[in-house]
Design a protein around this ligand. Structure first.
Ligand SMILES: [Zn+2]
Length: 344
């Protein structure tokens, strides 16, 4: 029995590619009205059109007749500038795909139960200190973040390199926290993005009455306090603010020079003029030569292990792609397996 065409899968496929309705219609060779009707479910494409849609969207035919895709709740994107609709749709589609994959894996694997505390009644600095204590990080630098997050049940997936304009976003779905992160950014920047999203997850889980800008600010403060807790940060800060001293100190905490200097300034531990001078120093802005960036891509150890292992003679990666009804590159895109070109 062949499965029925599912209108919501067509929309998911279109979002996955960031296509506009008109664009998809032109490529398939039909009117925009037809595609709209297929997506609304008021008309059903012919067999030949389903085949053509699958070709144009680069998905297996079965993708268009699979189960209803799950929802991703409204999110706050960490992005550079204003986000184009195509980029937004691609980012959200990555989240839907991640949820599908995650459900499938969870029904087959032992996984950490999510145990993120709800810290929405605390100020961001207090929330960061509280989480550091709960997670026994003490006064130390935060260890590699993805394994740490995963050990607390946070699902971390990648956005795939066509999504260039979004750094990260996060959401709770059925009480499971998700973070999607752009792997084409530098490792230190990604670490900061992940902490920012962690801030959203613990601070903004409940519907609290604050606007978007406030939430963004709170997540930034959380990330800075979580990565660089005030007391040990100030104790370890160099007494002379030379480029070399700043560079060494910021490596200790695993943060960019920009983030380190900003923290020094916010805690009033550096004169404003010196902060400005150092912020402009090109050597401190150059992360491409940072040895900390090499060799440790900070990806999901859980996904890597799971997808590499074989069950019933089938490699996990292939079984997962078959379950999602996508081609392998689309699975790789959300599982840190294809990072695309590195950009700073
Ligand atoms: Zn945010």
């Amino acid at each position: 029995m062949s499965e029925a065409f599912n209108p919501r899968r067509l929309r998911l496929g279109r979002d996955l590619r960031g296509h506009f309705l008109q664009e998809l219609a032109a490529r398939v060779g039909v009117s925009s009205r037809s595609v709209r009707a297929w997506e609304n479910g008021t008309a059903t494409p012919s067999d030949a059109h389903v085949t053509r849609l699958a070709e144009v969207l680069a998905v297996p035919r079965a993708f268009l007749s699979a189960v209803e895709p799950p929802c991703v709740p409204p999110v706050l994107f960490q992005s550079r500038g204003r986000l184009a609709t195509g980029q937004r749709n691609m980012a959200m589609a990555a989240g839907v795909t991640a949820r599908l994959l995650d459900d499938w894996i969870t029904s087959r694997a032992e996984r950490s139960v999510p145990d993120l505390p709800d810290l929405s009644t605390l100020a961001p600095e207090e929330a960061a200190a509280s989480l550091r204590e709960t997670w026994s990080i003490g006064d130390n630098p935060v260890p590699p973040l993805v394994p740490l997050l995963e050990s607390h049940g946070v699902r971390v997936y990648s956005l795939g390199h066509p999504v260039t304009a979004v750094d990260a976003y996060s959401f709770h779905a059925d009480n499971v926290p998700f973070i999607l992160v752009n792997t084409a950014t530098s490792r230190l920047r990604r670490r900061a993005c992940e902490c920012h999203e962690l801030g959203h997850l613990v601070l903004h889980n409940t519907a609290r009455d604050s606007d978007m800008r406030t939430k963004e600010m709170e997540a930034d403060v959380f990330a800075a306090s979580f990565l660089m807790p005030e007391e040990p940060f100030l104790q370890g800060a160099p007494s002379t603010h030379t480029i070399d001293a700043i560079d060494e100190a910021r490596r200790t905490w695993g943060v960019t020079a920009t983030a380190y200097l900003r923290r020094l300034r916010d805690l009033e531990a550096i004169p404003e003029w010196r902060y400005r001078d150092l912020s402009a120093a090109s050597r401190l802005r150059d992360e491409s030569t940072d040895p900390a960036l090499a060799g440790d891509p900070d990806k999901s150890p859980f996904l890597e292990r799971w997808l590499a292992s074989t069950r019933d003679g089938i490699p996990g990666r292939e079984a997962a792609a078959a379950c999602l009804r996508v081609h392998l590159p689309d699975l790789d895109a959300i599982t840190f397996a294809s990072s695309g070109p590195m950009v700073a």
